[in-house]
Design a protein around this ligand. Structure first.
Ligand code: NAD
Length: 317
């Protein structure tokens, strides 16, 4: 049987776009979309869809054998805000899930694994501007703790077993297909929906909150670029800093308002403000740019135009 790619967490914000992107590149049958519960399956029906809980190593191993999997994209996780509401579950899903995936890959001869880390690895002591690749990693969220431990575990599997694990520290991702899954940067997606739906938005972060962000087409391209880079060019197996744009909540609101002049935004910071304040405002990704040639394409203006036009088409036909 031809080998296949397995994507966990396929119904999530990234998986909903990564699965079709990989299927377009490698063929529908070559990409197995693993989802947690049946919800979200409809969008992924162009190829194989399987329900799996990543907390079960046995269930993962069964899928890997059945489909002769040779690459795993392990996206299933609890995100920063959801993780803060249930830290025990975040540890269980994020750490047990990753350990299961790495162990199933190692024991079944799967040579390659992709795992997303996050800007959540940084804590309040990292430089706010252009946080470097080797900044101190002292996160103050359970999500960040699982991402730092996960990076170390990935690097361990590379050093100890030669497993080719590749990781990116994604910034906040903005996308038009699936809604975000409980992160601190979700406002930057919701704001587009509400601008078109109701003409107003109540933002859960302060107007001056600046965070590192990226448009999904850039994130998909970065992911596949890293996975296809020659092994000799990939010098890091923990997590590459990855960056595109940084803007404040007020700036993205202004960018939308320049296209929808009546759009109104109010700011009511909630518990997610504390998480946002613990993260850097911008990231230095020069190591990724040097090692495997990363370049982003979308700036704030180009992303805003594309998001509004895609959502407008979907919502208004
Ligand atoms: N979206 C972002 O802005 C962003 C930024 C940085 C890093 N990341 C990372 O990228 C990965 C994917 O993020 P996303 O935004 O698509 O998240 P998401 O919350 O939208 O999707 C995660 C998926 O994992 C599934 N899941 C949860 N528990 C599971 C379990 N026990 N077994 C199997 N599946 C389970 C959920 O059903 C969900 O569909 C995560 O590791 C996340 O930390 C995302």
């Amino acid at each position: 049987m031809a080998s296949r790619i397995l994507v966990t967490g396929s119904a999530g914000q990234i998986g909903a776009e990564l699965v079709p992107y990989l299927r377009q590149r490698f063929g529908n049958d070559r990409v197995v979309a693993a989802i947690h519960k049946a919800a979200g399956a409809a969008l992924l029906r162009a190829g194989p869809v399987e329900v799996v809980d990543v907390s079960s190593a046995e269930a993962l191993a069964k899928l890997v054998k059945e489909y002769a999997v040779d690459t795993i994209y392990h996206l299933a996780a609890l995100l920063s805000a959801t993780g803060e509401n249930n830290p025990q579950l975040a540890w269980q899903v994020n750490m047990d899930g990753l350990r299961n995936v790495l162990e199933v890959a190692r024991t079944n001869g799967v040579p390659k694994v992709f795992w997303p880390s996050s800007i959540g690895v940084f804590g309040p002591d990292a430089p706010k501007e252009m946080a470097p690749q080797n900044a101190a990693l002292n996160p103050t969220t359970m999500y960040g703790v699982t991402k730092v431990a996960g990076e170390l575990l990935c690097n361990y599997y590379f050093l100890k077993y030669g497993l080719d694990v590749r990781c990116l520290r994604y910034p906040g991702l903005i996308s038009s297909e699936a809604p975000p899954g409980g992160g601190t940067t979700d406002y930057a997606v919701e704001i587009f929906y509400e601008a078109l739906r109701t003409g107003s938005y109540s933002c859960f972060l302060r107007e001056d909150t600046v965070l590192p962000m990226m448009y999904m087409p850039d994130a998909l391209r970065a992911t596949v670029m890293l996975m296809e880079a020659p092994r000799t060019e990939v010098r890091l197996h923990s997590g590459y800093n990855l960056s595109a744009i940084s803007f404040s909540a007020g700036e993205i609101a202004g960018e939308i308002r320049s296209r929808i002049p009546s759009f109104k935004v109010t700011y009511k910071p909630d518990s997610r403000q504390r998480i946002a304040d613990s993260w850097p405002q911008s990231i230095d990704d020069s190591v990724a740019r040097r090692d495997w040639g990363w370049r982003h394409e979308y700036d704030l203006s180009k992303m805003t135009s594309d998001m509004l036009s895609k959502l407008d088409k979907r919502m208004n036909g």
